[in-house]
Design a protein around this ligand. Structure first.
Ligand SMILES: Cc1cc2nc3c(=O)[nH]c(=O)nc-3n(C[C@H](O)[C@H](O)[C@H](O)COP(=O)(O)OP(=O)(O)OC[C@H]3O[C@@H](n4cnc5c(N)ncnc54)[C@H](O)[C@@H]3O)c2cc1C
Ligand code: SF4
Length: 501
């Protein structure tokens, strides 16, 4: 029986921050695009905003199980759906700081420079902010690089947060509005970060990118379709086709350009699974770096608790503190970034210590104010993705550069105590936190030291690009989404110039 074969001009694999954005940008070209997504559309339903469905029953999280370095199974906190993880993100959409593009000394080594600088990405940041409707206020954050106005004004602080901001300023800090991607109709509800927006008011790749792109006749989306491997010509210089599983069948799709965007871990796994005679160690892997240099941030959730001050804030995620982001204030190395978080729900808290009754958590979280503390981890060859003989993903990750993070957590605890909170609790998913995964196909100018060139084209395979978070040479310490989107727009321009003329 012959295998089903199809042909398009450009195939994009994955529809998240990178894939969705690049599809939107290329949809205005005459090229026939096929977007392949292993998941389906997230339905609009009551469960979108139900903490029990989301946190207890993990309704939208992938059921896939990965292995850690020791071979223990775990459930990755990842979502396979149209829009990818953007569908569930907090929509905090930061530009990297100018210094993040440069070489920076850290406690455990060096955060490497990027092959492009802030000025190169700046116009694409601006376009990405427009595409994702970012709200913010320029000129308040002391670490902010030069920029024009935000497309929308900052989301105002709720009274409790405004009072905390005033106190923080009295303590000599410089709190700034969090840049947030929100669309018309947002009701600033309590179930944003980690939930899908039931009314489609969150700026994410499904509603901002995929749906508008699909209105054009040249764009096709195949959902519930998983890319298995990429097939090259005999010399290994060009990808000829992608092999997919779709409706229980294997299908081959041929194209002139292939853009991989499965998320940093799955993109590396796809290239490793695509090993062939010309690429025995995995596709595009002459550097030996495919799957290596995995990073994911150090992230700790912190909650300040006051027994006599119920927190009636509904939408709390509006403020950031970057006073410790750059070296100088406390230490001669960077510590990282602090942001207020969406409200913790009792069921969410109960996943940490399940035997504590829900009512106790209800009472606790109703008096808490939530924060996220984030620091940079450094690229290291041994932190890597491998693929088991049965195709399963294995994640080898040993945290590094933890000293600055511990110090920032300590500093945040002190800060919250000074703000009057009686007790501060903290929680981290540690090495299994894959939400900010990046770095597994890093970009650079030297083919021996990078997988992709500065336009995210593979050094080894001329018609292969990767536009998800895998290209990051360093993880910086702010949320990665806007940088992924900005670079995807830049890559789309490059593809239009070089491949479609
Ligand atoms: C709960 C949560 C909150 C977050 N909050 C923020 C935030 O506020 N700000 C921010 O900047 N970042 C945030 N992030 C991180 C952000 O979502 C990711 O950095 C971003 O989505 C990564 O984009 P990507 O294109 O690399 O991959 P993804 O968005 O993960 O997209 C990858 C897509 O590829 C698909 N796919 C994978 N393998 C295959 C295959 N073999 N075949 C076909 N399709 C495939 C997946 O189903 C998925 O749709 C958050 C993440 C989570 C989980
Ligand atoms: S309504 Fe606004 S705050 Fe609520 S989930 Fe949607 S985008 Fe987030």
């Amino acid at each position: 029986m012959s295998m089903k074969e199809e042909s398009y001009d450009i195939v994009i694999i994955g529809s998240g921050a990178g894939g969705g954005t690049v599809a939107h940008a290329l949809s205005t070209s005459p090229a026939r695009l096929l977007v392949i997504e292993r998941g389906d559309f997230v339905p609009r339903e009551e469960e979108n905003w139900d903490p029990e469905a989301v946190w207890k029953h993990l309704r939208y999280q992938t059921k896939e199980r990965w292995l850690d370095a020791e071979g223990n199974e775990f459930s990755p906190y990842s979502h396979y759906c149209v829009g990818g993880n953007t569908k569930f993100w907090g929509s905090v959409l930061y530009r990297l700081r100018r210094e993040d593009f440069e070489v920076v000394e850290h406690v455990d080594g060096v955060s490497p420079g990027w092959p492009i600088d802030y000025a190169t990405l700046e116009p694409y940041y601006e376009r990405a902010e427009n595409l994702y409707h970012v709200h913010g206020e320029p000129g308040v954050d002391p670490t902010e690089a030069p920029r024009g106005p935000f497309p929308h004004p900052a989301v105002p602080h709720a009274p409790r947060i405004a009072a905390l901001v005033a106190e923080l300023q009295q303590h000599g800090l410089h709190p700034s509005p969090l840049p947030l991607g929100l669309r018309d109709g947002c009701i600033l509800c309590r179930t944003c970060n980690s939930f899908a927006c039931k009314i489609h008011a969150k700026s994410e790749a499904d509603v901002c990118c995929l749906r508008p792109a699909l209105e054009r006749p040249n764009v096709t989306l195949w959902t519930k379709t998983c890319a298995q491997r990429l097939i090259t010509d005999a010399a290994g210089r060009r990808v000829q086709a992608v092999e997919l599983r779709r409706n229980g069948e294997t299908v081959r799709v041929h194209a002139a350009v292939f853009i991989v965007s499965c998320g940093a871990i799955n993109s590396a796994a796809l290239l490793l699974r695509s090993a062939n005679e010309a690429h025995p160690d995995g596709l595009a892997n002459s550097s030996g770096l495919v799957g290596r240099r995995y990073m994911a941030h150090h992230a700790t959730m912190m909650q300040g608790f006051h027994p006599f001050q119920p927190n009636d804030t509904v939408f709390q995620k509006t403020v950031a503190i970057n006073d410790y982001y750059l070296p100088g204030r406390l230490t001669d190395y960077p510590l990282g970034h602090i942001q207020s978080q969406g409200r913790t729900h009792a069921v969410m808290a109960q996943t940490v210590v399940p035997w504590i009754p829900l009512w106790a958590y209800e009472s606790w979280v109703s008096r808490g104010v939530d924060w996220l503390v984030m620091s940079e981890d450094l690229p290291c060859r041994d932190n890597r993705i491998t693929v088991e003989p049965d195709g399963r993903i294995r994640l080898h990750y040993r945290p590094n550069n933890v000293t600055p993070h511990k110090l920032l957590v300590k500093k945040t605890r002190q800060m919250l105590r000074r703000l009057g909170f009686w007790l501060v609790v903290e929680h981290s998913h540690g090495r299994r936190n894959t939400t900010h995964q990046c770095g597994t196909l890093c970009f650079g100018t030297d083919p021996r030291e990078s997988v992709l060139d500065p336009y995210c084209r593979s050094h080894d395979v001329e018609n292969l690009f990767a536009v998800d978070a895998s290209f990051f040479p360093s993880s910086a310490a702010v949320n990665p989404g806007l940088t992924i989107a900005a670079q995807a727009l830049r890559v789309a321009d490059h593809i239009k110039e070089t491949e479609l003329n």
